[in-house]
Write a protein that binds this ligand. Structure first.
Ligand code: AMP
Ligand code: TRP
Length: 332
């Protein structure tokens, strides 16, 4: 059986893109797979962060994941910095990965922007740590949004080179699982940009903590075009904003985008947006309420993470120890 691992950064509040592109699929995969879910706080310090809020953001994100339906009893939920095997394997992978490979990573180019000389070295080596997150558990399936595809390919490149250089087949191949009609949720303000925690405009995204009124207002103001909704999906070609809202509706309602257009064919965006707002509120309000309830007892959330880290370490420690042996370290 395939073991699943995925991660999410505790920077800012999780948004609808995180939910539909990743978390919702994680919840579903729990029924059929052994899963590990990791709040990647080591990745969160690759860019400037506030040390006063990192711990609370980590806890809040863990609570939100549980509220979304992650089951920390049946599966493993933990924060990355609590399991030291990640950094041990990351160092080895940093030495296996080639500069040229990392130089090609589009997420690095996006995040570094024009100021490459001034970003942290950690931002550059970020994908090698991500490869370690996965392979330190011998996980073979990684459910992520579309934007992480290139990082998973890199994880396989690192895996291949490690296995080749150390004459082993120790690390398995990994496969990205990019699932559903909202694997790439776009900004509500610009159909060419993905919905992101780092967008300066809060109007561009729906946060899992937004209240009903805020959600409705953001959807009402979302950019669209003057045409009514088409009856066939091809009618959305060249209409990225309209396509995005239809994808969001389909993913939230667990139906196909083609069913959505059939249902709203010929109607203007006024009607469709108000139905979308109702649907979004109906799906997100219980998550926000449950997150708040869990955070009323922060000690409980911390205990869940501590327990998860111990179970994660029990899997990862022997794997990283074997990787270190293959590399040739003396174990005195
Ligand atoms: P991050 O917030 O960058 O740590 O991302 C956590 C997960 O959410 C990853 O699997 C991403 O691929 C996914 N994700 C982030 N933004 C989006 C988006 N706009 N649409 C779909 N998935 C996304
Ligand atoms: N890089 C991922 C993102 O920004 C987060 C991440 C870190 C991750 N480690 C991972 C995702 C391991 C999947 C598996 O979305």
């Amino acid at each position: 059986m395939h073991r699943i691992l995925s991660g999410i950064q505790p920077t800012g509040v999780p948004h609808l893109g995180n939910y539909l592109g990743a978390i919702k699929n994680w919840v579903a995969l729990q029924a059929t797979h052994e899963c590990l879910f990791c709040v990647v706080d080591l990745h969160a310090i690759t860019q400037p962060h506030d040390p006063k809020t990192l711990a609370s953001s980590t806890r809040e994100l863990a609570a939100a994941l549980i509220a979304c339906g992650i089951d920390p009893q049946k599966h493993v939920l933990f924060n990355q910095s609590a399991v030291h095997a990640h950094v041990r394997l990351a160092w080895i992978f940093i030495c296996v990965a080639r500069m040229g490979w990392l130089n090609r990573m589009t997420q690095f180019k996006d995040k570094a922007g024009k100021d490459r000389e001034n970003v942290s070295v950690g931002l550059f080596t970020y994908p090698a740590l991500m490869a370690a997150d996965i392979l330190v558990y011998h996980a073979t399936r990684v459910p992520v949004g579309d934007d992480q595809k290139q990082h998973i390919e890199l994880a396989n490149d690192i895996r291949d080179k490690f296995n080749h250089d150390f004459e082993t087949d120790f690390f398995p191949a990994v496969e990205a699982q990019i699932i559903g009609p909202a694997a790439r949720v776009m900004s509500l303000r610009d159909g060419a940009k993905k919905m992101s925690k780092s967008d300066a405009s809060d109007q561009s995204r729906i946060n899992l903590t937004d209240d009903a009124e805020t959600i409705a207002a953001k959807i009402r103001r979302a950019k669209t075009d003057p045409e009514p909704l088409p009856s066939e999906l091809q009618g959305l070609d060249g209409r990225p904003e309209a396509r995005n809202l239809v994808g969001i509706y389909a993913a939230l309602d667990d139906i196909e985008p083609s069913q959505v257009v059939r249902q709203f064919a010929g109607q203007g965006f006024g009607n469709f947006k108000s139905a979308l707002a109702d649907l979004t509120v109906a799906k997100l309000a219980p998550i926000a309420a449950e997150t708040r309830r869990l955070l009323a007892d922060p000690g409980h959330v911390d205990a869940v993470l501590r327990e998860g880290a111990a179970r994660a370490a029990a899997i990862a420690d022997p794997i990283v120890a074997e990787a270190e042996r293959l590399v040739g370290f003396l174990k005195p």
